[in-house]
Write a protein that binds this ligand. Structure first.
Ligand code: NAI
Ligand code: MG
Length: 360
């Protein structure tokens, strides 16, 4: 019997719809070439335009609507005219939080043909998987603002590190390192953050006792930032907090091909709720509507989606197709030095994918 994956598509704002269309094209082609599964996409028109019409970022029963899907595929959220804290919290962060997508997975892998600002770095040097805590930590939204506007004004931003939240992300990272047979590096800051990060380091050690086969390293975040540039080969699987992960993965995106290529998955490993796959770039209002956005980040996140669904063979094939498109340099968007349109790049990925299957 043909397996059907039901995917909720939220193209969102700006270049979101432009790049997501190409990802959908690639997913459909992979399913067609395989023949044993198919996709059913349901598109939700939520985002800033929706907000302008309805005064909210999504339907009132939006979360219930999303709940039954196998996964969510999201473009980008945010556009001038709607404050970013409204658009982000009203849609993206709401889904991450309510669906308990506590793992953020960002592959930082230098593909052949990808632009890299590091002089001597090779493909073997930049190949890491960053696992970022995605539900609490520095982004828990806890704190206070006292005596607003007065001379004695005080602002508190509290990091929240629960035992449950810290253990589960660290355990997930150990499991991943074990499965991939790679080392695991924890990035923290125990010398300065004398509660949260001392606790983090302690949990990293405690959980590690159950994984004696996994080789571990522990770095302070400032040193880690330096090593990611100077000796990126030190890192294989990396686990870190919400804030540190946010910053380090942008650094990672910069050394592995730039924003036009970086993908991220928001995963609920227990599969109680759907997980969400997205390019990490935003809606790029400066180039929106011109058909020149790079769709490769969205395509890479489609490859992560295929992995998550258990179609790893296709996830890998899609990533190899992205690589070949960059090596051939026939169809690339302007940010990668080419002249192709968004859909021409998507068409090229699809044709490379089909050719790679025919060659087997
Ligand atoms: P951005 O990622 O949209 O753009 C930064 C720069 O990179 C721009 O010059 C843009 O043209 C370029 N760029 C980004 N993606 C590209 C692509 N696929 N191809 C070619 N060039 C690309 O970040 P920015 O400008 O800070 O944010 C714009 C809006 O997006 C804001 O409303 C922000 O809140 C939102 N945003 C949403 C995110 C999400 O939905 N996950 C993530 C980041 C920002
Ligand atoms: Mg970020």
């Amino acid at each position: 019997m043909m397996k059907t994956y039901r995917i909720a598509v939220i193209p969102g704002d700006g270049i979101g719809p432009e790049v997501i269309a190409e990802g959908v094209k690639v997913l459909n082609r992979a399913a067609e070439l395989d023949g044993s599964f198919r996709f059913e996409f349901v598109t939700f028109p939520w985002g800033c335009e929706y907000y302008a019409k309805h005064g909210k970022m999504m339907d009132d029963d939006g979360m219930e609507k999303l709940r039954s899907f196998d996964a969510i595929y999201l473009g980008a959220v945010g556009y001038p005219g709607v404050p970013d804290h409204i658009s982000l919290w009203g849609l993206l962060l709401r889904i991450r939080k309510e669906f308990d997508q506590y793992v953020n997975i960002r592959p930082i892998q230098l593909l052949d043909g990808a632009p890299c600002p590091l002089k001597d770095a090779s493909k073997a040097d930049i190949d890491m998987l960053v696992i970022r805590e995605n539900s609490e930590g520095e982004y828990a939204g806890a704190g206070d603002w006292l005596f607003k506007g007065k001379p004695e004004e005080v602002v508190l931003q509290t990091g929240v590190f629960s035992r449950k939240g810290t253990e589960r992300i660290i355990r997930y990272a150990y499991e991943t390192a074990r499965r991939l047979n790679k080392s695991l590096t924890s990035v923290s800051k125990g010398n300065a953050l004398n509660y949260s990060m001392v606790f983090w380091d302690q949990v990293f050690e405690e959980v590690g006792r159950e994984y004696p086969d996994v080789k571990t390293y522990s770095y302070l975040v400032d040193a880690a930032a330096m090593f990611m540039i100077k000796q990126p080969q030190r890192f294989e699987v990396v686990v870190t907090s919400n804030l540190f992960g946010d910053i380090l993965t942008d650094l990672g995106a910069a050394i592995a091909g730039g924003l036009g290529l970086a993908a991220g998955a928001n995963v609920n490993p227990d599969r109680t709720y759907p997980s969400m796959f997205e390019p990490i770039h935003g809606s790029a209002p400066d180039i929106a509507g011109r058909g020149i956005a790079n769709p490769l980040a969205a395509v890479w996140s489609a490859s992560q989606l295929l992995d998550f669904l258990g179609q790893e063979r296709w996830g890998k094939a899609v990533l190899q197709a992205v690589e070949q498109v960059m090596v051939e340099r026939v169809a690339l968007t302007p940010d990668m030095g080419g002249t192709a349109s968004t859909s021409e790049v998507g068409d090229k990925v699809v044709s490379v994918l089909a050719a790679s299957v025919a060659a087997k």
